[in-house]
Design a protein around this ligand. Sequence first.
Ligand code: SF4
Length: 192
Amino acid sequence: MNHQERKAEAMLNGRVTSMTKSCPLATTDVHENIKNRNWTIDEFGYGPMNPGVEDKEFWQAKADIFNTSVEIAKTARCGNCAAFDQTWKIMCCIGKGINERDTVADPAQVIMNGNLGYCQLFKFKCAGDRTCDAWVHGGPIRDENSPDLPVDTGEDADEMSNEMDSVIDELHGASSKHKKQAERLTRLKGMM
Ligand code: SF4
């Protein structure tokens, strides 16, 4: 079986059967994973809990540590941390762990949705959109068989936000109809 076929078996149809002998314990043992994750939350501020929701307090605290702006702090995530391991072997281990616990869940879908990887510093499965105080520049760790998962640095969101600001400015300078659109756009942006 070649690499692509192995990848398809493990990542797409959820039947992970052939595995390397030594998976990190936390990839297959949910209790070990949660123990290490919670320790990282307590000791190194791992989070935010829901990366899909704006959490100003969380990101301001991270910005304060490096004496930088929130925008810059948001670019330092697990997804581009040097301890974030998304090598083929690790992804198979994570897929195997999901598969063993729940035969209904599609491991590939869970991994893709969460942009999951394995933190080699704190030994737990972490999400690419989160971060912690020990973030290390230069990641992630990948190899030629790593799945094509996004490296989210928050830059796309920032770019989009800046562009929306510029459109809002232009609309404010136009007719009253356009001003209403500007207000609406501002409200929508606030909800992002
Ligand atoms: S060390 Fe890196 S990969 Fe591990 S939790 Fe912190 S930011 Fe994420």
